[in-house]
Design a binder for this molecule. Structure first.
Ligand SMILES: Cc1cc2nc3c(=O)[nH]c(=O)nc-3n(C[C@H](O)[C@H](O)[C@H](O)COP(=O)(O)O)c2cc1C
Length: 180
């Protein structure tokens, strides 16, 4: 288990784009925002309190061994607390859970104040109403631009509901039938 912090990759871009030709943030968001994703909340415990953040950049990574990948903003104030604990849960959001997504995205607030949650079987804070739950152990972090790639080993998995997912597209929440 790694707790010391992220490593820096020795591999660099071979495209060699000078900074002046790199696309700007607005173009990046406009185009990458067209890649529709589901949404997750990543939760853990710190000093006996629930901590967590909303995460769009979550992905399956490896089946054998089972691993998942998160991309985390280097400015996150919650991630260092999750790193310290070493174990965290990933909750896949169901359609209608946009309030939960917004609550866990508000930095510097008591994010869990209005969140309905219970401890998971291993004691991690698990919001109610999720589509699925994945319990993870952090194994590796790599610095990638202004983010960290966090690789985690999957320790337990549970499907929780058969309902539709909450989606995120072009900066907006969507349900399967249209805008949420
Ligand atoms: C829809 C949505 C998706 C987000 N996806 C990510 C993400 O993939 N990675 C990330 O680090 N933060 C993501 N965030 C931001 C975090 O939820 C959170 O705002 C950020 O970590 C700052 O809070 P903190 O200081 O408590 O960490 C997302 C926020 C929203 C609203």
């Amino acid at each position: 288990m790694l707790r010391a912090g992220p490593e820096r990759s020795a591999v660099h871009s071979r495209a060699g784009l000078p900074p002046a030709e790199a696309p700007g943030a607005a173009a990046y968001k406009e185009v990458l925002g067209r890649f529709c994703t589901g949404l997750t909340v990543v939760t853990s415990s710190h000093a006996g309190e629930p901590v967590g953040f909303t995460c769009q950049a979550f992905s399956a990574l490896s089946l054998d061994p089972p691993e998942v990948l998160l991309s985390v903003q280097q400015t996150s104030t919650t991630w260092p607390r999750i790193r310290e604990h070493g174990r965290f849960g990933v909750g896949v959001l169901a359609a209608g859970q946009e309030e939960l997504a917004q609550a866990l995205a508000r930095s510097g607030t008591d994010k869990f104040r209005d969140v309905d949650w219970r401890p998971s079987p291993t004691g991690l804070p698990r919001p109610e109403g999720l589509l699925a739950w994945i319990e993870c152990e952090l194994v590796r972090e790599v610095v990638a631009g202004d983010h960290l790639l966090a690789i985690a080993s999957v320790r337990a998995l549970e499907p929780l509901a058969e309902t539709a997912p909450l989606l995120y597209f072009r900066g907006r929440f969507l349900s399967a039938g249209g805008a949420a």
